[in-house]
Write a protein that binds this ligand. Structure first.
Ligand code: ADP
Ligand code: MG
Length: 694
């Protein structure tokens, strides 16, 4: 049960004065919830200083100012497009209030002649007269203290007024409870942080530019609270997983040994190490929850296969789920010969199988004659029933959150999970998204791969590039041509690729094929297949080739408008080449209008092939949300934290969370109870249920 102490801020803003159903909706849209606490976590981005209050004769133009004035005269507009004016004065001179499209009755009521009013807003000189167009604030003399302030300005949404927002926040702050301190005393002292309520009050009352910076005391503390809640929640979930009994897939290792003899290459050290880590998980009674991070081409698939063999050796089944048909197909191609030699049955199950064909596959999965199932999301439909699913491998995804991972295991009994990602994730982000998992890293490429030569070239040289490409292709090379990304419009992306296809077709004819997301799965596969078997030499594509495609003979990649892609995305794309033993070249074409920073970004790609380093740079340059598309990525969505500035605190929160659960696993101590309140404050309900009652 949520501690009572939080009740005052866990009620809807509906209860506040001046808040109707319309405003409730707008607040909810803006802050992600309609509770007072949601409004409280919505921090200002700017402020307006209304403390400047000169006499009219001394006022400086183009500033925000507050005056006490007497109303002298209402001057109606003579022409339609002219404003309604109100002449006011103090003992030193006149100022005109200017209203366009104003309702006269309202103005008469607001500004009765002869009376005094406080007005605040931006002032300017117009034909030598001081004027204030549409004052932001109007009040009576007694309101002066309330108006002559530094006013915080919040991120807004259409329909909500500034006044409304300010009122809501004011009333919300008045309901702030004093909460017990959950941060470690030493850390609080070291950082000189204030208590939670004082920090929140300060964050809502900026008095200077410094007060708006993410690293000031108030905002830093609030961010830490959020990260601590996040890390503690993840630690609780992780502890729960660890307590869960897994299956014991202990076996003689003969299948793995035989596989080593069958494959035409030696495993890299990183692969062998990772397989050992996986075997240790799977042989033991604990349930495997492991993340396998490895750059494109680092050889994750074969590692996954080794993992699957553990389940199979113990008469259980394994499933590997790929994000697309093409990749599922590719896994099948890669694994089917090995499986055949080992005497194992593979099944492919994707959305394209229907009717009889599908029921036959389902039957084999259900009766256990299939050992390993390769598939897409189709694997997790309700009518797919496994005989005995022991291991789920999920390839190339970052679309699952902590919650969904729990669900994936429900097709089997205490199913082990291996998640593979080719998106190198900076360590800090790994903590927020995969803190509940063990991590293995394939940080080494298979032997015999040459470094890719990357050039950064202005798009004015496009013709030269096409000419060079022609020569290369005539002498047997294969190439990718990646079309520009046009933000927020798939239709325009499509137009761009079709244009480029037509132009290149003039030159390359049937050696050219196209690949984009709007094509039917069959067409895509058809074209991809032709590229794989060498019939097609040049593939014009959108980012759909980003994930997983493996054609060793492809040694050239041209990326148009490289400046529009994220660094990690460029790195992923480039990973499609340099997969064989031949020298590969990547050409990043950029628009000559781009600025220095954009050029610098491209240099990072040119100078490094280390996905982890590139990801760290990308995080620094763009922030986490943009880098990975937070919404669909399963990464924590922070409200008060900006990892671009706060990531150094995440490690502290991570370590602290671990320590806390070691010392006080059921959060029974005073601090433990305070931490429980913290979890409720950030609504970590999924984790709270794992706190033992005992
Ligand atoms: P990714 O990590 O990008 O998914 P893959 O598993 O698709 O990489 O492997 C890329 C290619 O490298 C495959 O053709 C695979 O057979 C090959 N490969 C994997 N491991 C090795 C190795 N140790 N030595 C040489 N080639 C390897
Ligand atoms: Mg792969």
């Amino acid at each position: 049960m949520r501690p009572f102490i939080l009740d005052s801020i866990f009620i809807s803003v509906r209860g506040l004065t001046g808040v109707g159903p319309k405003t409730v909706k707008l607040i909810s849209k803006l802050t992600g919830g309609e509770k007072i606490v949601d409004a409280l976590f919505h921090l200002p981005i700017k402020y307006i200083d209304r403390r400047y209050s000169p006499k009219i004769a001394n006022a400086i133009s183009n500033k925000v100012a507050t005056f006490t004035v007497t109303i002298n005269e209402h001057i109606k507009a003579k022409y339609k497009n002219k404003p309604y004016r109100i002449r006011c004065s103090d003992e030193t001179g006149d100022i005109y209030l200017i209203y366009f499209h104003a309702k006269e009755a309202w103005l008469q009521k607001q500004f009765p002649i002869g009376q005094k009013r406080i007005i605040s807003g931006e002032i300017e000189y117009y034909h030598g007269m001081l004027q204030m167009p549409h004052p932001d604030m109007i009040g009576k003399e007694k309101d002066r203290k309330k108006i002559e302030i530094v006013e915080p300005i919040y991120p807004m949404t259409a329909g909500l007024t500034r006044k409304n927002m300010t009122k809501i926040i004011e009333q919300s702050l008045a309901k702030l409870p004093k909460l017990p301190e959950w941060i470690d005393k030493n850390l609080i002292n070291l950082k000189k942080w204030h208590s939670w309520d004082v920090s929140l009050l300060q964050a809502h009352n900026p008095k200077s530019e410094e007060d708006l910076l993410p690293n000031n005391l108030a905002r830093e503390r609030l961010a830490y609270d959020e990260m601590l809640a996040n890390q503690l929640a993840i630690a609780l979930i992780r502890k729960y997983h660890k307590k869960q009994n897994g299956r014991i897939f202990q076996n003689d290792g003969i299948l793995q040994d035989n596989t080593k003899k069958i494959i035409p290459f030696e495993l890299t050290n990183a692969q062998s190490r990772t397989i050992k880590e996986i075997n240790a998980d799977m042989y033991s009674s604990k349930r495997m929850m492991r993340l396998l991070q490895g750059d494109v081409g680092s050889g994750k698939t074969i590692v996954a296969f080794f993992a699957m063999l553990n389940a199979v050796a113990c008469n259980a089944q394994a499933a590997i789920m790929a994000p697309t048909e093409i990749l599922a197909q590719q896994h099948l191609e890669n694994l089917k010969n090995i499986a055949q030699k080992l005497g194992l049955n593979l099944s492919l199950l994707t959305g394209k199988y229907k009717g009889k064909e599908r029921s036959e596959i389902l039957k084999q999965i259900k009766d256990g004659s299939t050992n390993i199932v390769i598939g897409t999301h189709a694997l997790f439909q309700d009518d797919v029933i496994f005989h005995d699913l022991g291991l789920v491998v999920i390839d190339e995804q970052h679309r699952f959150g902590v919650k969904q991972r729990l669900k994936l295991t429900e097709k089997g009994k205490n199913t082990d999970i291996l998640i593979m990602t080719a998106t190198p994730i900076p360590r800090t982000l790994t903590l927020t998204a995969y803190g509940d998992m063990e991590v293995s890293r394939l940080d080494e490429k298979p032997l015999g791969r040459k470094a890719i030569i990357t050039s950064v070239i202005p798009n004015t040289k496009l013709q030269d590039i096409v000419d060079a490409l022609k020569r290369q292709i005539n002498s047997g090379a294969q190439a990718y041509w990646v079309c520009p990304l046009i933000e927020e419009s798939e239709i325009m992306d499509l137009a761009a690729i079709e244009d480029r296809y037509k132009q290149l077709y003039e030159i390359f004819g049937d050696k050219l094929a196209i690949l984009h997301g709007k094509m039917k799965a069959k067409e895509k596969e058809h074209n991809m297949q032709k590229f794989v078997n060498g019939e097609v030499k040049l593939l014009v594509a959108t980012t759909v080739i980003e994930v997983g495609v493996d054609v060793k003979n492809a040694t050239i990649m041209v990326i148009e408008h490289a400046e529009r892609f994220g660094l990690s995305q460029l790195h992923q794309l480039r990973g499609r080449i340099g997969r064989g033993e031949k020298q590969s070249n990547c050409i990043l074409l950029y628009d000559t209008n781009i600025g220095d920073i954009a050029k610098k970004r491209l240099q990072i790609i040119k100078n490094s092939e280390d996905g982890f380093l590139i990801a760290e740079e990308d995080l620094k340059l763009r922030g986490a949300g943009e880098m990975l598309g937070t919404k669909q990525s399963g990464f924590a969505e922070f409200k008060l934290t900006n990892l671009q500035f706060h990531s150094h605190l995440l490690q502290i929160a991570h370590d602290d969370a671990k320590l806390i659960l070691n010392n006080d696993p059921n959060l029974k101590s005073d601090r433990g109870k305070a931490l429980k309140t913290l979890l409720y404050l950030f609504e970590k309900n999924d984790a709270i249920k794992f706190i033992s009652a005992g």
